[in-house]
Design a binder for this molecule. Structure first.
Ligand code: ADP
Length: 249
């Protein structure tokens, strides 16, 4: 299964992605996480991305497209993946279409987490406060000023993707303001009609074959015992006749 989670910063994409990973055995591909790792490692990509990310702007398309192209070519991504934070612009979505087509792969769907922007700022402030209380490191772009810039970038560059995927009949929206479990439930219902991952499909096919073998075996047993049953019935009839004969005598 290959999915995209679409939604503004703080919409809960990461939380839902983690749950989907656990449930469906997919890999979670977050360009934000990958870029932060590149920044921390001081790679050329990281050096290029650092100041852009700190300003809440978008890293150039060709940089993230290359990151994703490399990542989906790795063996663990063969089982399927969830894209979180990618694509973020229409050119990135077009590049993804090309990448998948070259590999003969298809997207199963795009799940849009719909949220109220006013509440997002409060959500991120809460997340920051919680992280600070836990002594965790705060993201340098998780402050109200930069967040406004990230929301601005989302509105201008990422929101048009909803129309892009809706036009392809792939967009499914869920209410991202609902409690976390309810959002997961809504996503589950959307995915309910989709094919399970290959290992799950294999398991079901194996169970079907085993049930078929059991049915075949019991039919064979029934055939074998059938003449015996006739004999029994005949035996009973005989004895009943014999009883009647005995009575008559
Ligand atoms: P958010 O919580 O804002 O969704 P992410 O962790 O997904 O945060 O991304 C953090 C930052 O990394 C973004 O503000 C942007 O600078 C950069 N980034 C992540 N993904 C992309 C992408 N697909 N295209 C361009 N920039 C990206």
């Amino acid at each position: 299964m290959r999915l995209i989670l679409l939604g503004p910063p703080g919409a809960g994409k990461g939380t839902q992605a983690q749950r989907l990973v656990a449930k469906h055995g997919l890999v979670h591909l977050s360009t934000g996480d990958m870029l932060r790792a590149a920044v921390a490692a001081g790679t050329p990509v990281g050096l290029r991305a650092k100041s852009i990310m700190e300003a809440g702007q978008l890293v150039p398309d060709e940089v993230v497209v290359q990151i994703i192209a490399d990542r989906i070519a790795q063996p663990d991504a063969k089982r399927g993946f969830i894209l979180d934070g990618f694509p973020r612009t229409v050119p990135q979505a077009e590049a993804l279409d090309r990448l998948l087509a070259e590999r003969g792969l298809k997207l199963d769907g795009v799940i849009q987490l719909k949220v109220d922007e006013g509440i997002l700022i409060r959500r991120i402030e809460k997340r920051v406060a919680q992280m600070m209380a836990n002594g965790e490191k705060i993201r340098s772009d998780d402050n109200p000023e930069v967040l406004r810039g990230r929301l601005e970038a989302y509105r201008a560059q990422t929101a048009p993707l909803a129309g892009y995927y809706d036009g392809k009949g792939m967009l499914k929206a869920v209410d991202g303001m609902a409690p976390i479990d309810a959002v997961t439930g809504a996503i589950d219902r959307i995915l309910g009609g989709r094919k399970a991952t290959k290992p799950a499909r294999r398991k079901r096919a194996k169970a079907r074959r085993a049930a078929h073998r059991t049915r075949a075996r019991s039919r064979k047993r029934a055939r074998k015992s059938a003449p015996k049953a006739r004999k029994n019935r005949a035996g009973k009839a005989k004895s009943r006749t014999r009883r009647r004969l005995t009575k008559a005598r």
